[in-house]
Design a binder for this molecule. Sequence first.
Ligand SMILES: C[S@@+](CC[C@H](N)C(=O)[O-])C[C@H]1O[C@@H](n2cnc3c(N)ncnc32)[C@H](O)[C@@H]1O
Length: 216
Amino acid sequence: MLTKDAPRLRDMPAGDVIKAYRRWAPVYDATFGRLVRDGVKQATTRVNSFSGRLLEAGVGTGLALPHYGPQLSVTGIDFSADMLRRAHARVSKAGNENIESLVEMDACNMTFADSTFDVSVAMYVLTVVPEPQKAMSELARVTKPGGTVLVVNHFSVDHGMRGAIEKGLAKHATKLGWRPEFPVDTVLTCDKLRLVSIKSVKPLGFFTMLEFRRIG
Ligand SMILES: C[S@@+](CC[C@H](N)C(=O)[O-])C[C@H]1O[C@@H](n2cnc3c(N)ncnc32)[C@H](O)[C@@H]1O
């Protein structure tokens, strides 16, 4: 799949991401999880206007899983076994019958066949994956033509106080487990995905929801 040129990014080796989420897993819901809750609700509300098979890439501890409607049959993937274990526990406890499977898999190299899903979602994941452009191409590949790809993410700016903070934090990306410096152009590289809407997400518009249509 063709991709356009994207900004150069700080390396996030897979082993470092897995280590970072081993540390995050026990405290994720009580910390970062609180910050992303509004975005998860906003994204799942949008996704619930669709039906069919849904992929959640980087499902983490499964915060979104209880919010998906019964018309969606959900597959979640993540390459942190520690985060996934919590997602499994959440589903067992809540008894969500529309969760088809939760599997350990790299979003940059998925084993699903082309056009498997009607909708694919990646929330707070692309700043983390080792190769975000590859993840976007993979999301496009596994989504049916005409289907939807929804991305919720933090995108950096290169000016003002916020830009300065993001630049300052960038050197800690590996420890944090995400890249503070991550321009939106990074995810606008796949020629099979047409951007159809951009929405600000709470809190404080720090996050953004991008909706793409998969071009046939
Ligand atoms: C910030 S958490 C977001 C979790 C969840 N989407 C949420 O909204 O709470 C990022 C997740 O992406 C996962 N991840 C990072 N790189 C990945 C990759 N290449 N393939 C699959 N999952 C990945 C991490 O293990 C982690 O669980």
